[in-house]
Design a protein around this ligand. Structure first.
Ligand code: NOJ
Length: 570
């Protein structure tokens, strides 16, 4: 399957069909359960989400990512699926889901859903059939073994909860393999009938109109005796097969890889022009290094990871993020850095889970407005498309007294009223309590009060989103990291030639500068390709000192300050 090409945007009712829409989109992760409860039963639902689409549109969101909302016992936030084509009744109905898609599309907003294909819940009828009837049609749907000693080198992803990737099933009297919780048996992808079954699921949702999938836990589909069970060649073959179906029958829909791996391994999930895999992959390598830089006051780690030249296809886009519904994972940093991060960000053991930190953005950054702005300015300027996590736009707090990752999955805070305006239910009936801590209490941190303050974080973030969207260079441009004489300062140029895409045919260069220092600094930046260029602040339009004739720029930055400067070459 060759690379997808296009010449001009096609407009369908309600939706601009640009096959590479995902490269210019601002994504927003919203858990159906957490956003808005329309019927007062204590749990958010699809109708509630539909009623809040105006807010998301106002914010500037182009695409929603919905974690699983399928039938599920909810022992892993819905990532334990009991039926891939049914919606959990407390969330709503398929008709309401259709309505969500229609109403989102009317606003030119896309809907990307989560698909955990690696495993199901042990309540799934496939697993129930597999354990009770080994010779039946589902007997070989899961990974069964007479011993629990196979593949000892495969890592345990939830070490706080599991000490083996095998669990004994008392009905079948065999062990089954599970990469995550023991109630989540892994599907057996060596069985072609499993391929057929999951492809049916993929088609079901694409036929319903979704714009794409986040492919949950995608590196783990296959295990092998030789490898570590992460990104095995057969896994990549399966993703190629899926992509070919999407490109052939559903052009314009996307696949996003959730691959928490080292940089080169993550990049492998894009595939190549000749053999494409995912359109997007979350930028797990960059994310923890943003947090590291904020505390170490050094840009070195980010410079290193951004300067690494990883060859990815031109249509590929990174999904850049600060936080999501999981712990801030520290699996892909060295032990030394991990310990430093725990010291800075998880000084109370309660803040940790597995190999990571279970806190929200605002609490991690100790509610520092300067740090919140710096982190978002980076998020929106880095190559790729930004993913926001619901509530972070108002600086919502977390609740580390709740178990596991529920700490940062509490109800969205809309107003200072009962249940933060999330639900009219008796407070005791909420799926999780609203945050009532000293600093982040919903009476202060909520959408209504931030709408009423023109300098609130919410207004600030909305403004940055709109500035970003006015400049296609951020989504489509290349990056060149520049040398500076101050290790606390990160500087790069984003450049976009302005050709070959349906938007913004003007070439553009934007110089982005970020200071991680906890005090004001002066810096000299080497920008040899920009000698004599004039600079203008992208927010206010004000003119800055030009780059010297020898390609040097001298700047001062306030504590944790940043600039986005449009460079006009001489
Ligand atoms: C990744 C999801 O993001 C996480 O929430 C879940 O627990 C695991 N996959 C297992 O499904």
């Amino acid at each position: 399957m060759g690379r997808v090409t296009f010449t001009a945007p096609i407009t369908l009712p309600g939706l601009t069909l640009d096959l590479q829409w995902y490269r210019r989109s601002v994504f927003y992760e919203v858990m159906v359960r957490s956003f808005y409860d329309s019927n007062g039963d204590g749990s958010g639902d699809l109708a509630g989400l539909i009623s809040r689409l105006d807010y998301l549109q106002w914010l500037g969101v182009d695409a929603l990512w919905l974690p699983p909302f399928f039938a599920s016992p909810l022992r892993d936030g819905g990532y334990d699926v009991a039926d891939y084509t049914q919606i959990l009744p407390e969330f709503g109905t398929l008709d309401e889901f259709r309505e969500l898609v229609t109403k989102a599309h009317e606003r030119n907003m896309r809907i990307v859903i989560d698909l955990p294909l690696n495993h199901t819940s042990d309540q799934h009828p496939w697993f129930q059939a597999s354990r009770s009837d080994p010779d039946g049609p589902y007997g070989d749907f899961y990974v069964w073994s007479d011993t629990d000693e196979k593949w000892p080198d495969i890592r345990i992803i939830f070490p706080d909860y599991e000490d083996s990737n095998w669990a004994f099933d008392s009905v079948r009297r065999q062990f089954y393999f599970h990469r995550f919780f023991s109630h989540q048996p892994d599907l057996n992808f060596t069985n072609p009938r499993v391929h057929e079954a999951v492809i049916d699921v993929v088609r079901f949702w694409l036929d319903l109109g979704v714009d794409g999938f986040r492919l949950d836990a995608i590196p783990y589909l296959y295990e092998s005796d030789e490898g570590n069970g992460e990104g095995e060649p057969e896994t990549h073959e399966f993703i190629k097969k899926l992509r070919a179906i999407v490109d052939r029958d559903y052009p314009g829909r996307i696949m996003i890889a959730e691959a928490n791996q080292w940089p080169r391994e993550v990049a492998a999930f894009f595939g190549t022009d000749e053999e494409p895999e995912c359109h997007m992959a979350f930028d797990f390598p960059v994310m923890p290094r943003i947090f590291y830089s904020l505390r170490s006051q050094s840009a070195d780690e980010l410079v290193a990871v951004l300067s690494e030249t990883t060859d990815v296809p031109s249509w590929a886009a990174w999904g850049v993020f600060l936080r999501n519904h999981d712990e801030l994972t520290l699996e892909m940093v060295s032990e030394e850095y991990r310990q430093a991060m725990y010291g800075w960000y998880a000084y109370d053991p309660r803040m940790r889970v597995n190999v990571g930190i279970r806190r929200r953005l605002a609490t991690l950054l100790d509610n520092s407005r300067a740090e919140l702005e710096l982190a978002h300015a980076l998020l929106f300027a880095l190559p790729g498309s930004p993913f926001l996590y619901y509530g972070d736009e108002i600086g919502m707090g977390d609740n580390i007294w709740l178990p596991d990752r529920d700490s940062s999955r509490t109800p969205m805070q809309w107003t200072p009223d009962r249940n933060a305006g999330f639900s009219s239910a008796d407070p005791g009936k909420l799926y999780l309590p609203v945050v009532q801590s000293l600093v982040y209490h919903y009476s202060q941190v909520n959408v209504e009060s931030q709408l009423a303050q023109s300098r609130s974080l919410l207004h600030w973030i909305r403004n940055v989103i709109h500035v970003r969207k006015a400049h296609p260079v951020f989504g489509l441009g290349s990056i060149e990291v520049l040398d500076t004489d101050n290790p606390a300062v990160l500087a790069f140029v984003r450049s976009y030639a302005g050709a070959g895409t349906p938007v913004g045919d003007q070439p553009e260069d934007v110089l982005c500068v970020f200071s991680f220092a906890h005090n004001p600094v002066a810096v000299t930046i080497d920008a040899p390709g920009f000698a004599g260029a004039e600079l203008f602040d992208l927010f206010g339009g004000h003119r800055f000192p030009s780059i010297d004739d020898d390609g040097r720029l001298h700047l001062t930055l306030g504590t944790q300050g940043f600039f986005w400067l449009k460079a006009v070459r001489r």
